[in-house]
Design a protein around this ligand. Structure first.
Ligand code: ADP
Ligand code: MG
Ligand code: MG
Length: 249
């Protein structure tokens, strides 16, 4: 479903991704682990189409189409979803209003009609129930005063409403607290689907205690240096990344 071939990326003249290859099948949850600075977040930004990165070589093909030829909005319309590492706080904008505008922007990009308010409300209610999200939260201003766990709930709800094909979740290096971790894991597990794939990026193994991945890939110095099954995550937790740093160097 997603196929990355020989991806070479620089930022400000500095090479970050160095001939990266990766493939993810439909229905799969793929985990990417690796030392700090290995390029994990860069990979997620480049897939989503964030500017500032210079792609020097390679391709990123999703469902037969090269994402590198699309702008970020087209990629989102094509089904790419990147969970925000640092969610926006928008005082004065109710979470509901924000969600509706995000959904309608996606529909517009796909050439679909805007959702009516009753249709939107129905979808939100259904998704919130599925994810055990209290709808009272949606009346508050977006992310303002939300706890870490509540922000993650919002992200997961957004993901559910947009029904993406390919979801990227990047756990920040600072890590999530236990509540937020559980929210993310439950959300991903609830949204697992044979037609959808996930790229779960994490520095630590602990998120993978809650989301059991189908495949685990180790990233070092801007490329995937080892791939395996879920047992690879446990092995890494025990041995650390030292051998991969040396190998890559
Ligand atoms: P990870 O998520 O694995 O910790 P990143 O993708 O954040 O790694 O960073 C990979 C490397 O790219 C690091 O050495 C980092 O300092 C560098 N880098 C990231 N963003 C920039 C930037 N905007 N300008 C210069 N270097 C950057
Ligand atoms: Mg980092
Ligand atoms: Mg990172």
């Amino acid at each position: 479903m997603l196929q990355i071939n020989n991806l070479v990326v620089e930022i400000d003249g500095k090479r970050i991704l160095n001939g990266l290859d990766l493939s993810v099948k439909a229905g799969e949850v793929a985990a990417i682990m690796g030392p700090n600075g290995s390029g994990k977040s860069t990979l997620s930004y480049v897939i989503a189409g964030k500017e500032d990165y210079e792609v020097l070589d390679g391709e990123i093909v999703l469902d037969g189409q090269n994402l590198l030829e699309m702008d970020p909005h087209e990629r989102a319309a094509h089904g790419v979803f990147l969970a925000f590492q640092y969610p926006l706080e928008i005082p004065g904008v109710a979470t509901m209003t924000f969600l509706k505008s995000v959904m309608n922007a996606q529909r517009k990009a796909r050439g679909e009609e805007e959702l009516t308010t009753p249709d939107f409300m129905r979808r939100v209610k259904k998704a919130a129930e599925r994810l055990h999200i209290d709808q009272e939260m949606l009346k508050r201003a977006l992310n303002v005063g939300f706890s870490g766990g509540e922000k993650k709930r919002m992200e997961i709800l957004q993901m559910a409403l947009l029904e993406p094909r390919f979801c990227i979740l990047d756990e920040t290096d600072s890590g999530l607290d236990i509540d937020a971790l559980r929210v993310v894991a439950e959300g991903v597990n609830a949204l697992r689907d044979p037609k959808r794939a996930f790229l779960v990026i994490t520095h630590y193994q602990r998120l993978l205690n809650h989301i059991v991945p189908d495949s685990v890939h180790v990233m070092a110095n801007g490329r995937i240096v080892r791939s395996g099954g879920k047992e690879l995550a446990l092995e890494l937790e025990a041995s650390g990344y030292a051998e991969y740093k040396e190998e890559a160097a």
